[in-house]
Design a binder for this molecule. Structure first.
Ligand code: NAD
Length: 434
């Protein structure tokens, strides 16, 4: 199948995997520089294994990239994978969706073949029907369901494991507007075989499933963080508690790691968007509000622990290990590290940072106000305190014999007892001996 993909971020680029299954993939982006790089196999993001897939299929001429929507005229199916960030009030910014839909509508106006438009971006219920379809119909002068098809196919991949998640998803959800396009999308995903459950729903349900899923995951993180803060008061290790409750088959072990709070391009913005949408339709989403409130507090817990160790932070050298919102990605959107570093700077501390992938992103955020290091050892050397903020594997290998300063572990990367055996002061979110 000839497939078009609008948006070359984490979700759009993961669709490069489709080129390995007898499809041709044409990426459409806004930035000529990024598109030229993509043509040479240079990706604008870091995602494990993705560059090999792109390079392999570039060589076979099964992947191409352009800034010109006209080149989509031969595409049978076009995925919309543009960003849906938060507006300042937390509600969803649908401007990228609207512009992409209008551009596609203009393309459909001048083509006679039936195209299936698939919304993959995360959008609040009602968006595909009220924004995408309306823009497509207005710009094309044609009718959805008759002249072109529309589906909403939410994406559940995690950054850091995007390729694996795309190839081995837990489920596929296809929200359909018309029968023909949902059959075409179902056919595209036939390569999953019958191992992956597929649910076909209406458009609003598919949109809602994505939000409900992210809210459920974020609520587990905020729940265990709240429990962690209580645990500390009773000299209880929250990781022991989480391990035990996770053994209950009704609960399960995942997303129960207490720490410095969740970040990234999805959980914060999606919970905020669901909250704003819920309020706009007159419901009172108390729990969604609480998920965000608990999360806002966690980076401050890291600062509290730093003050417990050092007292006044003025003039203290703080080494930050990890900037990305999670390991195996370079994404710093809404990362806890940003709030932690800003708070440290407000306290007039000196901040040195190291991250295996995110130094470039950090420079755009902090400029010259912090020091950037090219290794964890360089970062820790001479520091008064080390804070671990991202759970990168390489931080598990820190040579404790070389460490001269206290450690605050925001992701429980280290074993507290081994750290203490080396005579190092250890503090962590939900650790019993803080
Ligand atoms: P991103 O910001 O990394 O990428 C979006 C891309 O779309 C950018 O490169 C932008 O330049 C491009 N774009 C915007 N308007 C365009 C236009 N008119 N024409 C061509 N390109 C255009 O976003 P992302 O992380 O890939 O997420 C995309 C969507 O998928 C969002 O709605 C997000 O919530 C959702 N999602 C993200 C993830 C994730 O882990 N990142 C997972 C599941 C779903």
């Amino acid at each position: 199948m000839k497939i078009g993909v609008i948006g070359t971020g984490y979700v759009g680029l993961a669709l490069a995997c489709l080129a390995d299954f007898d499809n041709e993939v044409l990426f459409v982006g806004r930035s000529a520089d990024k598109i030229n790089n993509l043509k040479r196999g240079i990706l604008p993001i870091y995602e494990k294994g993705l560059d090999e897939i792109v390079k392999r299929n570039l060589e076979k001429n099964k992947i191409d990239s352009t800034t010109d929507y006209e080149r989509l005229k031969d595409a049978e199916m076009i995925f919309i994978c543009v960003g849906t960030p938060s507006l300042s009030d937390g509600s969803i910014d649908l401007s990228q969706i609207k512009i992409a839909s209008e551009s596609l509508g203009a393309l459909i106006k001048n083509t006679n073949d039936y195209k299936t438009i698939v919304v993959k971006s995360t959008v609040v219920p009602g968006t595909t029907k009220n924004i995408v379809i309306q823009a497509l119909e207005k710009a094309s002068g044609k009718k959805a369901g008759a002249d072109f098809g529309v589906c909403m196919n939410p994406e559940f991949l995690r950054e850091g494991t995007a390729v694996y998640d795309f190839l081995y998803p837990d489920k596929v959800v296809i929200g359909r507007y018309d029968e023909k396009s949902s059959s075409t999308v179902t056919k595209l995903y036939e390569f999953y075989g019958n191992k992956v459950p597929t649910m076909t729903t209406d458009l609003n349900t598919a949109e809602m499933i994505k939000y409900a899923q992210n809210a459920a995951l974020a609520s587990r993180v905020s729940f265990i963080n709240e429990i962690a803060n209580i645990c500390e008061k009773f000299e209880v290790d929250v990781y022991e508690v989480a391990m035990a409750i996770g053994l209950d088959s009704r609960i399960g072990p995942k997303f129960l790691n207490a720490g410095a709070g969740f970040g990234g391009s999805c959980f914060p913005k999606d919970v905020k968007a669901l909250l704003a949408t819920a309020k706009s339709v007159g419901t009172n989403p108390i729990l969604l509000d609480a998920i965000l409130e608990v999360n806002k507090y966690q980076p401050h817990r890291m600062i509290d622990l730093a003050k417990q160790v050092l007292g006044n932070l003025r003039g203290k050298k703080i080494a930050i290990l990890g900037l990305a919102f999670k390991s195996d990605t370079d994404d710093m959107r809404e990362a806890s590290s940003i709030q932690i570093i800003n708070s440290l700077l407000m306290e007039n501390a000196t901040v040195k940072v190291y991250d295996p992938q995110s130094i470039g992103s950090a420079k755009k955020i902090f400029g010259g106000s912090i020091e950037y290091c090219s290794s964890k050892d360089e970062c820790i050397k001479g520091a008064d305190l080390c804070m671990i903020v991202t759970e990168w594997d390489e931080f598990k290998q820190i040579n404790l014999s070389e460490i001269r300063c206290p450690i605050i572990d925001g992701r429980r990367v280290l074993n507290p007892l081994s750290v203490k055996q080396h005579g190092i002061v250890y503090k962590g979110i939900g650790w019993k001996n803080n």
